[in-house]
Design a protein around this ligand. Sequence first.
Ligand code: 6PG
Length: 250
Amino acid sequence: MSAPTVTICPNADDLARQAADLFVRTAEDAVRERGAFFVALAGGSTPEKTYALLARPERARRIAWASTFLFFGDERLVPQDDSRSNFALARRALLDAVPVPDANVFPIPTDRSAAEGARAYAATLARAFGVDEKGAPPPFDLVLLGLGDDGHTASLFPGAPALAANEVWTTASPPGTLPPPVERITLTYPVLNAARSVVFLVAGANKAAALRDVLEGASPQLRPAAGVRPTEGGVTWLVDAAAAVGLGQT
Ligand code: 6PG
């Protein structure tokens, strides 16, 4: 794995602009080189500004939506129209505003148990990528991730069994310590680490300690984002100045 790229943005708005521009460039490259763009969207609140910028004409028109396939890094076990749903966030901020075919959007199923939803999503990944579910993990062109102030990413929480789920592509994850306290479904490290590009979006002073720990090589058991080490892909950290206060200090 190559060293991660860390870009410190002056503020969250600039972070969103840089993330949206990186998304567009990655999408253009993927479609040019392979004829399709496979991306896993991040949940939580930080990505909302980025999704809204992607929905604007100046960027949306640069994306080949018919060749773009949108998945989710994780989901809360709530209905798809629930305000806590990561799919609902993406639909409101981006999907309803761009001409992506419904068939190209793959929400994580939350109308069954978390374990059943995880199993179903793994089958969806295999089908959409055209790969064998027993084979190598599906290679996303881009995975967007957030960082919790406990160092979790997607729904990989400190000390959780999901951190050891290395034989599956998706798994159920009990509620973390952070809100909302609902069961979750998450992509696992094998899928995250098969990505061609992983981009973390991190804003806010409350993330500073976890960010510093992850970049200084903390244990994934304590700071699960530290376990995202793509075998061949690159990792980019887009962080705002508030989250970066602890970096570069001994
Ligand atoms: C989720 C996300 C989670 C999120 C972090 C950061 O479902 O909550 O997948 O991993 O990215 O908790 O969340 P914020 O962007 O809201 O700080």
